[in-house]
Design a protein around this ligand. Structure first.
Ligand code: CU
Length: 332
């Protein structure tokens, strides 16, 4: 893939290829893998797309503003041998904090959001629009690629009478399976590929609901059947995606590492033994910690050095999140 990025913003930027395996120099992380592309400057991104799947791209420079203003897009790498569906749809989900005047609220990157659970908005969009209805056809089989571009909103999608089958997660194929409890959960930046058979009759409608926040469930969109029928029975062929060329980890020799995430205003009670040091750092304005250490400026100290060709297991423990009371409070 070759992309010439030309920066027409009035500040520096980069492009990060979320989930794509790139050479480090192409990963778009400012101050770590490249300098920000200057105003009116350009940068040539060049890498092979090794894996087929659903990915996305966005700036990694001041992303709390640049991404939040909508500077991103889906990046689909097609399989050489794709699964057979009638339609391949992508829903780029996002969440915007709008003012009563219908403008994007300009409190971007504010301290309150940064210290709490991130920026939760009040207007959810699919591909940049608040959708009312999407037309489907009876008997149709749809591959639905979900990408969550929101800063903090988590989606837990209930597809009503449909039985969505998860075929890929974060761009990588998985054994096709029903989502846990029938609800498709997708956190910020995540991707889920579904295959959904439209088993209803012409003229019917099904509501897709976000049920993630208890007491705050809302209708995302209606899927409405057109008058025609495409097929009488659901496909009986395999929906297994071909595997990507990923290295197999050697579990027998793998080293284990514990990664503990701490911090934020909602996680102060869960700091454990390091609490004193973290509270000192919080007084200096550092809010988030990995194994007790916060980033200063753009950088963190090196956490782990991993020799190439070795296998590792990361046990990640998120202690920043007690209960979504803050979200309930803000939206309620
Ligand atoms: Cu990303």
């Amino acid at each position: 893939m070759l992309v010439l990025a030309q920066n027409g913003l009035d500040e520096g930027t980069t492009i990060h290829w979320h989930g794509i395996r790139t050479p480090n120099a192409m990963d778009g992380v400012p101050f770590l893998t490249q300098d920000p592309i200057p105003v009116n400057g350009d940068f040539l991104y060049e890498f092979d797309a090794l894996d087929a799947g659903t990915f996305w791209y966005h700036p990694h420079q001041r992303s709390s503003e640049q991404v939040r203003r909508g500077l991103y897009g889906p990046l689909i790498v097609e399989e050489v041998d794709p699964i057979r569906v009638d339609r391949d749809l992508t829903w780029m989900l996002d969440d915007w904090r709008m003012t009563r005047a219908g403008q994007l609220s300009d409190d971007l990157g504010n301290r309150h959001d940064a210290m709490h659970g991130g920026r939760i908005g009040n207007s959810v969009t699919i591909d940049g629009e608040i959708p009312e209805r999407i037309s489907v056809q009876s008997g149709e089989s749809i591959r639905l690629r979900l990408i969550n571009a929101a800063n903090a909103r988590i989606f837990g999608l209930d597809f009503g009478d449909f039985e969505p089958v998860v075929v890929a997660l974060d761009g990588q194929p998985v054994t096709p399976h029903a989502p846990d409890g029938g609800v498709v959960v997708i956190g910020p930046a995540m991707r889920v590929d579904l295959v959904i058979d439209m088993t209803g009759k012409p003229g019917e409608a099904v509501t897709v609901t976000n049920v993630f926040y208890e007491g705050l469930e809302y209708r995302l969109v209606d899927l409405v059947y057109g008058p025609d029928r495409l097929r009488d029975s659901v496909p009986d062929w395999s929906m297994d995606l071909p595997p990507n060329p990923l290295a197999e980890p050697d579990m027998a020799s793998a080293a284990r590492h514990q990664i503990v995430f701490n911090g934020g205003m909602m996680g102060q009670m869960m700091m454990g033994g390091d609490m004193g040091s973290m509270m000192d750092q919080m007084r200096e304005g550092n809010m988030w910690f990995i194994n007790g250490e916060a980033a200063t400026g753009h950088m963190m100290n090196t956490l782990l050095v991993l020799p190439q060709g070795t296998s590792h297991v990361f046990e990640m423990d998120n202690r920043t999140w007690s209960a979504p009371t803050e979200v309930v409070h803000r939206l309620g």
